[in-house]
Design a protein. Structure first.
Length: 239
């Protein structure tokens, strides 16, 4: 029989999206106020009326898929592992955005955001149990693929619905002046997560690679790891 105390601990595990980790809505950039309830677990802000009206309806598809995935994780006993993984990548949204900008060369080809996404494979570091949440993983490889290729690859795992939902978010954010919302396919072991990253404007993409140290080009995976080791962790959405 399962230990009730262990079951209680399992129920207390929360899968935190980037808005909850950073305490900043990645749609409207509103900061969470001290003493107020945290942003919703699906990472859509309900604190701003404008954000609620314009962004909240976009959550439905991805939330259903997330809920279904959560049940499968609970059954497999992987919830704690996935929660730690989500907390890690939720702490590195700025670097994931930089990886997208460099890998897709958005400074010179902004339209690539409409048709191409990146895949990034990461692993736990040796001695990860002693490390803080934002330092537990490092990248071991990555590549870009078309949105159609990504949909085909993830179709059997519920990823197609997430990518379809992402496209709606992508179009929504483009209307606000940015390059959209790009999905990053992250993999560690047998766990795959799709993370939506809000992109800057074309001018913002150019500014992001103005510094030679941040213009990673085809070596974007290596650049990502170097930035991780330097401790470049968080930042506001849409920078």
């Amino acid at each position: 029989m399962a230990d009730p105390s262990n079951m209680k601990k399992e129920k207390e595990i929360h899968l935190k999206g980037q808005s909850r980790v950073q305490k900043i809505c990645h749609w409207c950039a509103k900061a969470q106020e001290p003493g107020k309830p945290p942003f919703q677990a699906c990472a859509k802000c309900k604190e701003s009326r404008e954000c609620q009206v314009k962004s909240w309806p976009l959550h439905k598809g991805i939330c259903k898929t997330t809920a279904d995935s959560r049940k499968k994780m609970d059954d497999a006993g992987k919830t704690q592992q996935v929660a730690a993984f989500k907390k890690w990548h939720g702490s590195h949204v700025v670097l994931l955005r930089q990886a997208i900008i460099c890998a897709l060369d958005l400074a010179h080809h902004p339209d690539n955001a409409d048709k191409t996404v990146i895949f990034l494979s990461v692993e736990l570091k040796e001695g990860h149990a002693r490390l803080s949440s934002e330092k537990k993983y490092y990248a071991v490889g990555g590549f870009d693929m078309t949105r159609d290729e990504a949909t085909s690859m993830l179709s059997t795992a519920g990823g197609a619905a997430i990518l379809e939902s992402n496209w709606k978010s992508h179009e929504h954010m483009k209307k606000k002046g940015g390059l959209g919302v790009s999905p990053v396919i992250l993999k560690t072991g047998d766990v795959v997560d799709i993370v939506n990253i809000t992109l800057p404007s074309h001018a913002g993409a150019k500014a992001a690679v103005a510094s030679k140290d941040m213009d990673w080009g085809e070596e974007w995976v290596n650049g990502f790891n170097i930035a991780l080791e330097l401790g470049y962790v968080t930042g506001k959405a849409g920078e």
